[in-house]
Design a protein around this ligand. Sequence first.
Ligand code: ZN
Length: 244
Amino acid sequence: MDQALNPHAQNLKGQIDNLVRLQNLDLEILQQRSQVKKMEADVESAEHAVVEQRRRLEAQQQQTETLLKDRREAERTVKERQEQISKLQGQLYDVKTNDAYNALQAEIKQKKQEVVLLEERILEMMMSEDEFKKSTVLIQQAVKAAEGAVLADQAKIRQDVSVLETKVAELQAQWQAAAQSVQAEYLDRYLRLRDAKGGLAMAKIENDICQGCRLSIRPQASIELQKYRALLYCDNCARILYVE
Ligand SMILES: [Zn+2]
């Protein structure tokens, strides 16, 4: 097939091949960079997890404190009621009438009931406190695990990123070398398209479909393309078309 091409067509074909080489290198560079970004995002989400676990721990500690405060308060009230009860019991000996006696007894009874209820509540709160202590330990472990994951991620990522950066530098050197064999006007068009089209300037034709935009091209374009008279562009996405 190449033998049938005139020198101009032969040259253009060579230029397109070079542009495709540049495109492949650019895509690989993009891919490496997006990998770095993904790894950085992973570290970020691990850091978010630490913040989240610490927040849980803080909330838990606050709830525990509130519970403890409420229990102390209830215990104080119990003590107060018991003092009032014994004071009232002392007064029983001094009352002169049955009515007064019964009223005192009723008051004592009511305060005793109050004490019973408070003591039940205190017991419940103590049980909750135990549960809270247990889950606090679990959350503390989760915080530690999350912090450990961040440290491990960061160390691994520093290593991986430096490997990828070396790789990108190599690819860029290959790109520079390949760009030497591309005529200035083609290189200029390539770069402008690449930067305008999300990194993809070259679009392969497969079964009359532009692989850049996935739309059909003129059936004639594929035939024209193989004659290598001039660069052809996709009518839809404006990318430089090529066939393998
Ligand atoms: Zn297209």
